[in-house]
Design a protein around this ligand. Structure first.
Ligand code: NAD
Ligand code: GLY
Length: 371
């Protein structure tokens, strides 16, 4: 007997012929194969994952795909950002080739953003592109990295340097998988969720402010609501600017400062969301200094970030090192640093260059914590 599909919510990313659905629900993985059947005509799929996620969810995913008639191979890479590499891609090309995957088949990413970016990069390049499906299992991946088609591997000279825009055929987000995620990773994902409220949606920001207890308890309805709303906002932005020529840059709110903190601490001290949280407050500081933002709104941003137990101050670092590192950010255009700064809750603007004196003043304040 074929069970009926059970996804609770569907968000569509409308990109013409490249449009795709994001299915969101709790404990929907057993039905995954039924959904894949709508998108993948070939007989084989390669599930890319790591040992941590494979042990937890590999079997339920593989069983579901097999019930739907697919021949399933598993491509496992070790857990960790350092395996988002060309070496891992090469291993996965070998596995795809050995299993005779062709363009009618699919690559399925089962894991967090590391696996999603890596598997997407392999899907974009193997045989000049084969169908790709995202099964995100971290909050960050469910609300951000699985949506929008940025796929990449790292290069020794920088993160995400080798990549493409390559949209998945579908995203299948089971919020039940978040129950096994480390609390720190959940908090990190919340930074991106808060970001959406600040850049786009005042009502959503209010909700995050009011419902923090429910969300922190991982209430089913609350989790589905935040994943659905975040994906909808990201979808609306990506639909307008798939390849980041303009508005998509607003998704980088908090990231220019955040990336500098991550880089200067060797990607070890902060997980991405923690650095973004500090970056969002720092950007709000800058907006107040430039008289773009009311200081009461800045306080509110800091308060909500605090509510989710995310850091708002960085460990002590050299201000000049941070300023120099921001100049290396990928989003620098023609040598000028572009900052995404809030004007009010739900509205940001892109400001090119902030004076050295203002940057020094705000960073001196933010780089004094013990976090
Ligand atoms: P991650 O993929 O490293 O996952 C974090 C940890 O959680 C890992 O140890 C992983 O094995 C584990 N894990 C995953 N799911 C789990 C689960 N359900 N239960 C228990 N453990 C689980 O980290 P991440 O934060 O998901 O992703 C970070 C990556 O995403 C970075 O490489 C970043 O560059 C990328 N990223 C990409 C985009 C994009 O648009 N493509 C956006 C943001 C971030
Ligand atoms: N995470 C930023 C983007 O997808 O553009």
């Amino acid at each position: 007997m074929t069970r009926s599909p059970v996804s609770e919510k569907t968000v569509t990313v409308d990109l013409g012929e490249k449009s795709y659905p994001i299915y969101i629900g709790k404990n929907i993985l057993p039905e995954f194969g039924v959904y894949v059947k709508r998108k993948v005509t070939g007989p084989k799929v390669l599930v890319v994952t790591n040992p941590t996620v494979n042990n937890l969810y590999g079997k339920v995913v593989a069983d579901s795909l097999q019930r739907s008639g697919y021949e399933v191979s598993i491509g496992e890479v070790p857990d960790g950002e350092s395996y988002k590499s060309l070496d891992s891609a090469r291993l996965l090309y070998d596995i795809a080739f050995e299993n005779n995957l062709d363009r009618s088949c699919a690559i399925i990413a089962l894991g967090g953003g590391v696996i999603g970016d890596l598997a997407g990069f392999v899907a974009a390049t193997y045989m000049r592109g084969i169908p790709f499906i995202q099964v995100p299992t971290t909050l960050l991946a469910q609300v951000d990295s699985s949506v929008g088609g940025k796929v990449a591997v790292n290069h020794p000279k920088g993160k995400n340097i080798i990549g493409a825009f390559y949209q998945p055929k579908m995203v299948f987000a089971d919020t039940g998988t978040l129950s096994t995620l480390a609390q720190r990773e959940v908090r990190g994902g919340m930074a991106e969720v808060i970001k959406y409220g600040i850049i786009w949606d005042p009502a959503f920001f209010n909700y995050l402010e009011e419902s923090h207890t429910l969300i922190k308890e991982m209430d089913t309805g609350a989790l589905i609501h935040i994943v659905e709303t975040s994906c909808s906002i990201k979808a609306r932005v990506v639909e307008q600017d798939e390849t980041e020529q303009g508005i998509r840059a607003i998704l980088n709110y908090g990231h220019t400062f955040g990336h500098a903190l991550e880089a200067l601490t060797g990607y070890k001290r902060y997980i991405h969301g923690e650095a973004v949280a500090i970056g969002m407050v720092t950007a709000a500081d800058a907006a107040v200094k430039l008289e773009m933002l009311d200081s009461a709104v800045r306080e509110r941003i800091e308060k909500v970030i605090n509510l989710y137990e995310l850091p708002v101050k960085s460990k002590k670092l050299s201000v000049d090192d941070v300023i120099e590192s921001m100049g290396h950010d990928k989003k620098v255009k023609a040598g000028r640093v572009r900052y995404v700064l809030p004007e009010e809750i739900g509205q940001v603007n892109i400001v090119t260059d902030i004076s050295y004196d203002i940057l020094t003043e705000i960073l001196t304040e933010r780089l004094t914590g013990n976090d």
